[in-house]
Design a protein around this ligand. Structure first.
Ligand SMILES: Cc1cc2nc3c(=O)[nH]c(=O)nc-3n(C[C@H](O)[C@H](O)[C@H](O)COP(=O)(O)OP(=O)(O)OC[C@H]3O[C@@H](n4cnc5c(N)ncnc54)[C@H](O)[C@@H]3O)c2cc1C
Length: 406
């Protein structure tokens, strides 16, 4: 957004509570690599120029990439400046920070979609002897007490963390709810390549049937491992991870799991095959099918009757990791645009308050909006809206600028 505003000569400042790329520096586990290939982090005027476009960035490389971008575009970032309140003031906004107060005509909320980890209410019922942490607090297996680990949630974070901990020699039990299964590689190309090339990631927010639902779909079961292996429930059971259903309750030192495991797995397989069918059709129509024979992943293998009740002590579970998703934090926003679920009311990033914009949340304007690769197109659209807003406002309210415009 800063780059797009600069292109339009709109004066702005970027306020950041930590360093540039703060979330990547402080909120991710040590071994995490991006699940999007290197070529797929295209920012306005800046992309990957190295020799491994299909590789996956480590956290150090991701931080470096974003920090280099900020320098390349000379973004006017004020680091170590925490916004504590944004409120309407006259015709614009007052932004209160721990480093002073700003008055401005417009505000872009780009504070991230993953500020706080969602932790289910049952967490309060976990027996005191069991350590609990969120995927934001998890760093590596060495940080955990000896003993078994229950990972709750089987999307990108949960499956990757389960894989790493099981391989470190601990017994992992993985509680599986709704999830989105995709193979890393299909028809000889990365799944992200297919989704990008076929236009799926460009699908717009006003083209989908149920945007509320589309905005809450879990992240893909996908990892950026150097060997490009897929991470799915079959690969996890093959290394010894035990699968159970969604965590439904905790009672008397026992975890209760939903009996829906087979159903959620069947549904994930069905949706994966629907996506691959769509890719097959597009590949045939566009002539990129080549002569690769498409290989479909095996259906998810699930025990006939997975346990519905697990006694933490008997199972030796000493740690629970909540990999149950994230949400934004707008506790500092004193403008009445936040719904009861803590999300901003907006139309493709144009918030229901004059001159207020939102960026960087799932399916903001496109399916790819939550990816680094998606922010550029969204920022271009919203900066155009913002410029028109400023222009229209100055025409209508300020005689001096009216004179200049004339
Ligand atoms: C575990 C995980 C893995 C991911 N993997 C990928 C991936 O492989 N590929 C991909 O494209 N995307 C991935 N994403 C999504 C990725 O986080 C987003 O694409 C990207 O970070 C969005 O950037 P952002 O600047 O909008 O938000 P953020 O990166 O969250 O940045 C928001 C910034 O706002 C600052 N901030 C927040 N509140 C305040 C305040 N009150 N005052 C001042 N500053 C504030 C924060 O410090 C932070 O630096 C992943 C997300 C997670 C959680």
């Amino acid at each position: 957004m800063s780059r797009c505003l600069a292109e339009r000569s709109i004066d702005h400042v970027v306020l950041e509570r930590g360093e540039v790329a703060h979330s990547w520096r402080t909120e991710r586990w040590d071994s995490l690599t991006l699940l999007t290939p290197n070529w797929q982090s295209r920012l306005p005027g800046f992309g990957y120029t190295g020799s491994d476009p299909d590789g996956f960035r480590t956290m150090v490389e991701t931080i470096d990439f974003i920090a280099r971008y900020a320098r390349a575009i000379a973004a006017p970032v004020r680091t170590h400046t925490t916004v504590t309140c944004v409120r309407r003031r006259d015709d614009g906004y007052q932004v209160v920070t721990d480093q002073g107060v700003w008055e401005c005509d417009t505000v872009v909320l780009a504070s991230g979609a993953c500020n706080v980890a969602h932790v289910p209410a049952v967490a309060n019922l976990v027996p005191p002897g069991i350590a609990t942490l969120t995927s934001m607090q998890y760093r590596n297996p060495g940080q955990l007490e000896d003993g078994g680990v229950l990972v709750v949630g089987a999307s990108a974070s949960g499956t990757q963390i389960a894989d790493e901990i099981q391989r470190s020699g601990r017994q992992v039990t993985l509680a599986v709810g709704e999830h989105v299964r995709v193979p890393r590689v299909y028809r000889g190309k990365d799944i992200q390549w297919w989704m990008d090339a076929s236009g799926l990631l460009d699908e717009r927010y006003d083209q989908v049937d149920d945007i509320v639902r589309a905005r809450s779909v879990p992240s893909l079961q996908l990892a950026g491992y150097p060997d490009r292996r897929s991470i799915d429930l079959n690969s996890l059971t093959a290394i010894g991870v035990k699968l159970v259903g969604r965590l439904a309750g905790v009672n008397n030192g026992k975890a209760q799991f939903s009996g829906s495991l087979r159903n959620v797995c069947a549904l994930a397989d069905l949706k994966m095959n629907r996506l691959l069918n769509m890719i097959d059709e597009w590949a045939a129509q566009s002539g990129v099918a080549g002569d690769v024979i498409p290989h479909r992943p095996e259906p998810t293998a699930v025990d006939a009757s997975p346990p519905l009740l697990v006694d933490f002590t008997r199972a030796g579970i000493k740690t629970i990791i909540w990999a149950t998703g994230f949400g934004p934090d707008y506790s500092w926003l004193d403008v009445p645009v936040v719904n009861p679920k803590g999300q901003i009311r907006h139309d493709g990033g144009v918030v229901e308050a004059p001159g207020l914009y939102l960026l960087g949340v799932p399916f903001l304007r496109r399916r790819k909006s939550s990816l680094i690769d998606g922010v550029g197109d969204d920022a271009r659209d919203l900066s155009a809206h913002l410029a028109a807003y400023l222009n229209g406002r100055s025409r209508s309210t300020c005689p001096e600028i009216q004179a200049l415009n004339a």
